[in-house]
Design a protein around this ligand. Structure first.
Ligand code: DGY
Length: 326
């Protein structure tokens, strides 16, 4: 418990955060913050973390061995995200540093966005809007701008944690035929949702909509490659709101070019931001969003506050409201 020494613990915040989150930190800690809404430059991060007890970071901050070697006093890292692939967990573990993250807070917002992205992709909303604005809307026409529908569709999930399950609950109201999922372990919630566990091959072969919502790690890296796209249905709509790294993007370009699948909706890419001249931007049937899954204001406020609470409680030696157990 660093508070008992009567010296306030030091915390570094890697982004300009809202007042409410800062107030939680500032009550108990000496806080230094990067003042930008853009990512903190690496040199600036390294310069500031030498003496800190706590680090408040976001998913663009790569917290690797180099950072950890400099941050000799670090006791807790709290990331404003559910994903933690930007943290070198092995190195963190070796040093006995605690980690806080923000699952639960963003489940509903991310599920909502994923449903929106799916509908935008399968019903061609972005393309249709551009056509309307661009003077291509000449008359109502029986088969113009037709997309594919969720009704009677088989929806497959790669990864079926909190977010996947919330997406499934929402999609069921669209009268889907069946919900399938592939994950390492069977999910107890699947029975209530009416979702069936299948292996990866079956997921690929049967899904009309295939939604990626797994966590990103070495076992999921590049999982959606040419081989996988070839095994998918030609009418399949591929949706990813997890991490870009789960997809081999060059292979996705081939899949779209060769019409191996019907379309793709991506809230995440590699890199982020995706360069505007990237091949994926050239496909009308590929909807790309700038990683906005959790970007609902109430959700982000909750994430920001929880990130602060995780730091303060860890430094007090109290149980963290949301500690990552590894
Ligand atoms: C996360 O939390 O990991 C999302 O990608 C952003 O909210």
């Amino acid at each position: 418990n660093v508070f008992s020494k009567m010296v306030k613990p030091k915390v570094y915040v890697t982004r300009k955060m809202n007042e409410e989150a800062m107030a939680i930190l500032e009550k108990d800690c000496d806080v230094i913050s990067w003042s930008g809404t853009d990512p903190v430059p690496r040199a600036e991060l390294l310069k500031n973390i030498e003496q800190v007890d706590g680090l408040y970071c976001v998913l663009t901050d790569k917290i690797d061995k180099n950072v950890l070697d400099v941050a000799k006093n670090l006791k807790v890292i709290s990331t404003m995200s559910v994903g933690y692939d930007h943290l070198d967990i092995n190195e963190i573990k070796k040093r006995g540093i605690k980690v806080g993250y923000t699952p639960e807070t963003l489940t509903d917002a991310t599920a909502e966005l994923t449903v929106g992205l799916l509908l935008a992709t399968c019903r061609r909303l972005i393309e249709a809007n551009a056509a309307a604005k661009g003077g291509k809307w000449q008359t109502w026409s029986p088969f113009w701008m037709c997309g594919t529908s969720l009704k009677n569709a088989t929806v497959g999930f790669f990864g079926f944690g909190r977010i996947g399950q919330e997406i499934a609950r929402r999609l069921k109201t669209f009268k889907t035929k069946e919900i399938l999922y592939t994950s390492r372990n069977a999910k107890p919630e699947a029975a209530e949702i009416g979702a069936l566990k299948v292996d990866f091959e079956n997921l690929l072969a049967k899904s009309d909509f295939l939604i990626v919502c797994c966590s990103f790690n070495e076992s999921t890296r590049g999982k959606f490659n040419l081989d996988a796209f070839k095994k998918m249905k030609k009418n399949a709509v591929f949706i990813n709101s997890s991490r870009g790294g789960v997809v081999n993007q060059d292979d996705l370009v081939i899949a779209l070019k060769d019409k191996l699948i019907w379309g793709a909706g991506l809230d995440v890419t590699t890199p982020e931001p995706l360069p505007i001249d990237h091949a994926l931007f050239k496909f009308e049937n590929c909807v790309i969003l700038p990683h906005i899954g959790s970007a609902a204001i109430d959700c982000r406020m909750e994430m920001a506050a929880l990130t602060a609470e995780n730091i303060v409680t860890a430094l007090r030696g109290e149980p963290m409201p949301s500690e990552l157990k590894f």
